[in-house]
Design a binder for this molecule. Structure first.
Ligand SMILES: Cc1cc2nc3c(=O)[nH]c(=O)nc-3n(C[C@H](O)[C@H](O)[C@H](O)COP(=O)(O)OP(=O)(O)OC[C@H]3O[C@@H](n4cnc5c(N)ncnc54)[C@H](O)[C@@H]3O)c2cc1C
Length: 446
């Protein structure tokens, strides 16, 4: 139900969810499904512009658990099959797709994947929320009252006061409402970047996510995505290190100029560049990060507001849905006063945002930083990240850390993963140099 109020009144609910993006609505759905009364505050209306997304392998099952009909996704236009991820640089082009044995024990990686048209998918998710009785208040939260680590109320831009037993921050990476207001500790996990993207009324060329990396040897990696949304529309985005975007802007380039000149440089995207003068260009600045603590006595951070995963990992949707599932369990158990609440609180932080942090560390070490990419080449760097990402997500999906022992197993696995990332990124460049020298010496000798 979309509510309308004329301002200065007090509204109450069991749980107030701030932000009606994917993480907010999914958390609201999971809570309403468990019988809680939920008020979701979201100032923007639907349908609204959204980025085109390439989804990770766990996403279909997570969407189905939320109540989305995955099988109807293609005919109804909110999901589009994904059959490979193609990496294209100036001198090579290769496919990154788990081989068939990844689907078997011990990895158990599902090989079913989709792209999502988020404008359509968001409508489905909103429909589910409304059906389950989530009340949507179209207002922006402008202040958060808190005392001794507890939130006591929220105020909106129209003067309404909101009180609840629990408060959820799902305001995304740009707002990070509770994180900023409560000054929560935050660790940055990658370099700052800027993404520019547009949606074209052009049929996609196939069912692959295409990633273009025109300068694979550069110190700072820039990349471009081409994502099929449905049989007649394609999403294209340009992701630049913010220093490069700043240089473009000092030359007087506007976002549209920056977007166009980058896609024109890719031969297979020139057909789209011709129409780029007429399509709206969206942009966002981001730095991957995680909050050290993502929940308190009556508050929780979910989705990008808790931890932002780099877009190159294609893990944002998976992360938001996992946060929503685990978060709803934590809140429900706390409201029902079940024992071991502190264990559940630890479980959330040690698994959901920790998985995001591990993936961010992996993509930064293996792909963004030149340490591995320059000496070993683009393909080994991509494969190192892809293998780490697939195994991490498969372990999470397999163990599904909803109990303490499972959470301990996932947390231990993530810690081991981080040791692997650090060891590999320190050792592999030396091994590559050593190997090159040996080959050089053999050539000279022979
Ligand atoms: C460029 C880019 C490309 C991406 N590509 C992919 C991809 O290919 N695959 C993938 O899986 N993921 C991708 N992602 C990530 C994915 O889009 C997000 O992780 C996911 O949408 C989760 O978002 P969220 O709900 O946490 O935040 P958001 O979608 O940002 O939602 C936050 C909501 O909070 C609302 N809000 C903000 N402030 C307030 C306030 N004060 N009061 C009330 N409401 C407020 C906003 O209006 C918004 O609706 C990409 C992200 C970016 C930036």
């Amino acid at each position: 139900m979309i509510e309308s109020t004329d301002g200065a009144e007090t509204l109450s609910a069991d749980i107030a969810v701030v932000g009606g993006g994917l993480a907010g609505l999914a958390t609201a759905i999971n809570l309403a499904d468990r019988g809680q009364s939920v008020l979701c505050l979201e100032p923007r209306t639907w349908p609204r512009p959204a980025v085109g997304e390439s989804l990770e392998f766990s996403a279909p099952r997570l969407l189905a658990t939320l109540g989305i009909d995955v099988e109807a996704g293609e005919p109804k236009g909110y999901l589009f099959p994904k059959t490979s991820v193609q990496i294209n640089s100036t001198d090579e082009s290769f496919d990154v797709w788990p081989p068939a044995w990844f689907a078997k024990p011990p990895i158990w990686c599902s090989r079913l994947a989709f792209h999502s048209d988020r404008i359509e998918l968001d409508q489905q998710i909103l429909g589910l929320a409304v059906e389950l009785g989530v009340r949507i208040l179209p207002q922006r939260v402008i202040s958060v009252e808190h005392r001794n680590d507890e939130i006591t109320g929220l105020t909106t831009d129209r003067g309404a006061r909101i009180t609840a037993k629990w408060y959820v921050d799902a305001t995304g990476h740009e707002t990070r409402l509770f994180g900023r207001t409560m000054n929560l500790d935050r660790t940055e996990l990658g370099r700052p970047g800027i993404a520019y993207w547009a949606r074209f009324d052009e049929p996609p060329l196939g069912h692959s996510t295409n990633l273009y990396m025109p300068r694979p040897d550069a110190d700072q990696l820039a990349w471009i995505w081409e994502i099929p949304l449905n049989p007649s529309q394609t999403s294209v985005g340009v992701v630049l290190p913010s220093v490069e975007a700043a240089t473009c802007r000092t030359r007087g380039e506007l976002p549209r100029d920056i977007f166009c000149h980058h896609i024109e440089a890719v031969p297979s995207l020139r057909r789209l560049a011709l129409g780029a003068a007429d399509v709206p260009i969206s942009s966002t600045a981001f730095t991957p990060y995680r909050h050290r603590r993502c929940n308190g006595p009556n508050w929780l951070l979910v989705g990008d507001a808790a931890a932002m995963v780099d877009p190159l990992t294609s893990n944002g949707v998976t992360a938001a849905l996992r946060h929503a599932d685990q978060g709803a369990r934590l809140i429900t158990e706390s409201l029902e006063r079940r024992p071991f609440r502190r264990c559940r609180a630890w479980t959330f932080d040690a698994t959901c945002p920790a998985t995001v942090a591990t993936l961010d560390e992996a993509i930064d070490a293996f792909l963004y930083r030149p340490g591995i990419r320059q000496p070993l080449g683009l393909r080994p760097a991509v494969m190192l990240y892809a293998a780490t990402g697939v195994v991490t997500n498969s372990v999470y999906a397999r163990l599904n850390p909803i109990t303490l022992p499972r959470a301990v197993a996932v947390a231990t696995f993530l810690a081991a993963c981080r040791v692997w990332i650090r060891a590999a990124s320190a050792a592999l460049p030396h091994l590559a140099t050593f190997r090159r020298r040996r080959i050089g010496r053999r050539r000279v000798g022979g």
